[in-house]
Every structure is written in C-alpha cells, then in structure tokens.
Design a protein around this ligand. Sequence first.
Ligand SMILES: CC(C)(COP(=O)(O)OP(=O)(O)OC[C@H]1O[C@@H](n2cnc3c(N)ncnc32)[C@H](O)[C@@H]1OP(=O)(O)O)[C@@H](O)C(=O)NCCC(=O)NCCSC(=O)/C=C/CCCCCCCCCCCCC(=O)O
Length: 718
Amino acid sequence: MAFYSRVSGSVGVITLQNPPVNALSAAVRQGIVDTMHRALSEPEVKSVVICGQNGKFCGGADIREFGANMRGPPLVPMIHLIEAAEKPVVAAIEGVALGGGLELALGCHYRIAHSKARLGLPEVTLGLLPGAGGTQRLPRLIGVPAALELITTGRHATAAEALQLGIVDEVTDHSAVDAAVKFAQSVAGKSLDARRISTYPRPRSPDLAEIFEKAMKEVRRSARGAIAPVTCVQAVHASVTLPYAKGMERERELFSTLFTSGQAHALQYYFFAQRAVSRWSTPSGARWDTSKPRPVHKAAVIGLGTMGRGISVSLAQAGLSVVAVETQEKQLLEAKQAVSGMLERSAKRRGVPLADDKIKYNCSVQAVADADLVIEAVFEDMALKKTIFQQLSGICKPGTLLCTNTSGLDIDELASQTQSPELVVGMHFFAPAHVMKLLEVVYGPRSSPEALATAMEMGKKMGKVSVAVGNCRGFVGNRMLKPYLEQAFFLLEEGATPEQVDQVLEEFGFAMGVFKVSDLSGLDVGWKVRKADGLVVPGSTGKSARIRGGSRYSPLGDLLCEQGRFGQKTGRGWYQYDKPGGRVAKPDPWLHGFLEEYRARHGLVARRIDHQEMLERCLYALINEGFQILQDGIAAGPEDIDVIYVLGYGWPRHRGGPMFYAGLVGLDKVLERLEHYHQVYPDVLGLKPCSLIRKLAASSSPPIHRWREFIQKPRSQL
Ligand SMILES: CC(C)(COP(=O)(O)OP(=O)(O)OC[C@H]1O[C@@H](n2cnc3c(N)ncnc32)[C@H](O)[C@@H]1OP(=O)(O)O)[C@@H](O)C(=O)NCCC(=O)NCCSC(=O)/C=C/CCCCCCCCCCCCC(=O)O
C-alpha cells in the first residue's frame, strides 16, 4: 500500500509501503492512485513527493504477482496520472529505483536521488522490457545510445552516473526525502510544460540508423538466443519512429509477446531460485535459519596455484585477513606477484580500495595456526590432500573450520584424517575463483550444521552464490557433467564431429560447446581422474576397449591425451589452435581422420545424426542425472541444480536451468525420449530414466515448485 502525509503544510508525501523493496503490488498501485487523487484535491497541497519506506524507493513491478489474474490499477495509466498532474511531483529516490520503480520516477516531474541510490531498468534480465513507458521516456530524456545501453543490459547506474546522464535532477548525501520536500516547495506553482517527458520531441540524430543497427548486432551476438534484448531494441526504436502515444502502443504490443514467453518464465523462476538457494536445508533437517555461522576474521589458503590465488583474492576483497601458504619459495614469490596484479586490476575495475595489505604470504603451513578458517587448494590428489588435513588437524587452533577446494573428491575421507570431522566441509570454487559467482559448499555425513552455515556465509561475504550440496562423486555440477560428456563422445563415435555437437549446444544457448570447454579446461584433467578410477586401459582393442564395468565407454578422450593433445594449452585437442595457449578453435582435419580411422577400427558405421538427437541425448542424459541427484538427496531442490548449472556451467539463463527446462519441455516428453534412447542404447546407464522422473511424470508432471514433495527422504547426511 501507500500512505499519505502532509509536510510543511503544503507538500503531500506519498510513501510506498511493501517490504522489503516496495515493489509495485496491486495494493501499492491502488495506494498511489488513491493518495495522488487526494493530494491533487487538497487545495492546501501545492506539490507532491513520492518516496519509499525504509530507505528504498521502489524495486519495480511485483514479480510475484505476474500471472494470469493481475488485479489492481495498471501501471501505465497510474504513471500518466502522475505526469499529467497540475501540481509538481518529485520522486525522492533512496536505495533503488529499478524497473517499474524508475518508470514511476520518470513519470514524476523531478527526481532527487541519494548518492548511494542505484537506478536501472533491469526488466531484460527477467525476460521483459520496461513496459510502463520506460522504452519511450528514457530515450527522450537521455538520448538513444545511453537509453539503449541501460535497457538492453539491465545494469544499475549509480546516482552520480544518473545525474550525469540527466536521469535525475539532483543528488544529495543527506535524506533524499527532505531534499525532495524542499525542492517541491521551491517549484510549487511553476509551469510543468517542460517537465513531462512524454511530451519531449522524439530523439533525432543523423546516425540513428547506424546506432540501432550496431545495437541490434551486439544484442544478437551476446544474447545467445535470448529474445528480450532484441525486443528491447525494437521497443526503443519505436521511440524514434513513432509519436509517444503510438510508441506506447508498440511498447505494449512487444511487452505482451515477452510477458507470456517461456524465456520470461524461465528468467523469473531463475531470479527467485538464485535467492532461494541461500535458504538451504539438508536431509537431516539442518537449516539455514536454525544454524548459526561461526565468526571468521582470519582465513588461510594452502596452495597458491591458479585456484588458490583466486580464492586468496576473493577472501581479501571480502575484507578478511588472509594467510597465503605455498611451500616452495619460488612459487610463493610468483604467486605473490600474480595475486598483487589480480587485486590491482580488480580494484581498478570495481572502483574499490586495493586489498593487497590484507594478505600475508608464508612458506610454512605452521603459519595458519591461528586462522578461523583454512581453505586447502592444492592439486586434486587425495593422498596429498589427506596429508595436509592430517597436518592441519595438528596445527590449527580448536574450532578452526577446515575446507577443501575440490571438484569431486570424498569430503568424508578427508574429514576422517582430522580430530574434528564435524568441522570439515568442501568449498568447490569455479575457475577463475575470484570471478566466478558460484560456490558449491559440500557437507559430508559428519559436517556440523554450524560448519556448513559458516562456509555458506563465507561464500556470501565473497560475493558468491553458495549452494549447499551433499557429498558424492563430483557433487552436483561435475556429477551431471559425466553423462553429458559421455553422450558427446558417443555421438563422435557414431558419426558426428566436435564442431557439429558444439554448434548444436551453442545454438541452444551455451556460451561454448562441450568440446570447446574441454579444450579450454584441459583434456588431461578428466584423463587423470579416469586413470585414477582404473578406466584408462592403454592399447586395449576389440570390444573390451569400449566397455567398462558392463557399461558403454568411449576411450576417445584417453586416446587424444595419449597423443599429447590436451587442448588449448598444447595447441591441439578436439580442435586445433594457432599455437599452444591459442584461443581460437579451428576444425582439425587430423581429428576428423583420426575419428574415421577409430570408427573403422571398431567396426562403427558413421551415420548422419540430426540436431534434435544430438541435443536430446546430451541434455536429457544430464537432466536424468539431475533427477537422480534429487532422489539421492544430494541437492535439496531443483533450484539448487539450476543455479549451479547457470552460474557454473554456462547453461543459458533464459532457459532457467536443466531442471526448469525439463519441466518446460514436459517431463512426460523427456521421459519418453530417455526411454527411447535407452532402448536403442541399453548399455548406456546414463540414459536409463531415473525413478523420480517416472514418478513425477506419472503424477501428471506437477509444477517445479512441487517436486520436493515427491522426493523420498533419503537417509540422514548431516
Ligand atoms: C536490488 C534489489 C531490489 C534488492 O537486492 P537485495 O537487497 O540484495 O535483496 P534481494 O535478496 O535481492 O531481495 C529481497 C527480497 O525481495 C524480493 N524482491 C526483490 N525485488 C522484487 C520485485 N520486483 N518483486 C517481488 N519481489 C522482489 C526478492 O525476491 C527477495 O525475496 P526472497 O528472498 O526471494 O523471498 C533486488 O532484489 C533486485 O534486483 N530486484 C529486482 C528488481 C527488478 O528486476 N525490477 C524490475 C521488475 S519487472 C518491472 O518492474 C516491470 C515493469 C514493466 C511493466 C510491468 C507491467 C505489469 C504487467 C502488465 C501485464 C500485461 C499483460 C500482458 C499480456 C497481455 O497483453 O495479454
């Protein structure tokens, strides 16, 4: 709702009230309309201020109310009522003015912002466009290039930038409401003719055609199949080709096409999913709201390779004192230099103070003795990690949380090396660790709720989205990757090329296809794991070369590694590069010949595989594993898996994540295709539909927020 008060006798103040972000719910919109009428009808009131309760102007339309039965006064006429008022209306912007919130402010005659406020039109990130006049007013106010940039990226501008662009009229370091009231008094009775943005002339410039062409090209390149950015450009285009009223009709038309789209549903689902994962729970009933994190002031990182360096940077930037340990002096010096450079670049980019003095470097593990939390980030080698955990257990003060940065090793095995296994958790960072937003926080069967809460909180402090997951091989992300990769290899055996598989996945929206990713991260990484698992049998021939443990196996990756083809770093992998370390992937005729020779050797007849089959086999195998993970209680809900896949594995955000995508395709359809492929390839375990997807499909495929009801509680993990 919105409440009304009178200040200094002549200023009507309308305060939006809908915690936590004063979103424009039906009740708020109704409140604004009612209080506006009241302010306009009171003769003593000469001007009006609109503000938000608790230092937040407005977070935009209430996303939770989007749906079929929307009630209350619509936003567009409400904003027109404000703009048409004969008394000056001033927006007092504190906290945020986002989406419909900024559009409301643009309908006011003046805007005063607090210096810490952020303003933007982030609708594009929800699969929408600013459909309450934003695409027509903003370009009229600040010109097409700046409006296009803000609307197509959805980024938030600072108050200083908003002032520079002309979005706000004044910025204050004090109360924006007080400043707005004062301002409102000063403009009472003045003509408003030049203050109604909708009456401004259409933006004109000789190079507009070129600007739009460039913007369209850029959004098509970066959107990876997302439709909202393209539609945003079309809507802004209407502001230069059509008069305001017609432009608004066009905006409405384009908004309607987006509003009901699967992509908008996916992006809005994802918005809430990303927030939901912080409310973690475990099969044993430990929960985010009943588990208290321990205070952490000092952290330590052991091992300053690529991951350890990135983790040290993240910790220092979060304001913690860090002890960074690397036992080899030469490596320590190299790491110190590299970390300083990373911190400097990052401080420059983010406009924050340099955090270099937060890190102390040391050659001895003893230096971590008084740390509250230690993150071990040495090579992915269980024996080495075990030795370090044994050492840490003896060195660290009681109560220190011991974390391992591993992408899939057994947390419980490491915990068993220590005297306090309840204080051991996994922190699976993604490379580069100071950039990537995702953190899988892995709890073992003995980790305490407090340890888990501390690691989750630590992730948040580092600006990560932390997802709590159970302990199993590969946790959530890498466990699901296995059947996906496996299918990609099988497709090569059956006749596809890496380019064809990658093209299908990139057309789906992945930033990179599976083979390009493999070249980037290094083929030797998986090879080492497979060797440790006893899967690599050099020189094996005949049928046994392609079977392991009764299941189909492709040795293609192993064979490439045996040739020294490790991907980008060696200049050769699934593709060729102009030099070791090169980044531009080019098809490699050698690889094609190698595949032909391999198929001939194994009696495989190449066939033409259509796009649909490539996509279904890769994605449905991955999704099937996701259902198995839910069934096993490794992830608490589908949102956890989706957030992991979007933030850690390049799954296109506008498709919501693998589990949301499965629901969108239809669980019965996914099940039917899995059954089909499993019938064709009975020796591929990853294609055998898991019982949870069967159960859900048999229960008329309930919506994704109800899936948890169908998961049998697995045995306690915590
Ligand atoms: C920056 C934030 C605002 C705050 O961040 P932070 O402090 O970190 O807090 P959070 O954890 O993110 O959020 C706190 C809780 O608040 C919830 N929240 C936040 N914003 C909203 C919101 N806008 N609506 C609802 N709930 C919101 C959030 O989920 C948290 O709760 P929980 O933890 O999940 O429980 C940050 O939150 C943020 O960035 N928010 C989003 C800002 C945003 O994107 N705003 C734009 C919203 S869309 C919009 O404004 C669109 C306007 C266009 C016109 C709309 C027209 C209406 C529809 C007309 C229908 C026409 C039908 C057409 C079809 C036909 O023709 O047939």
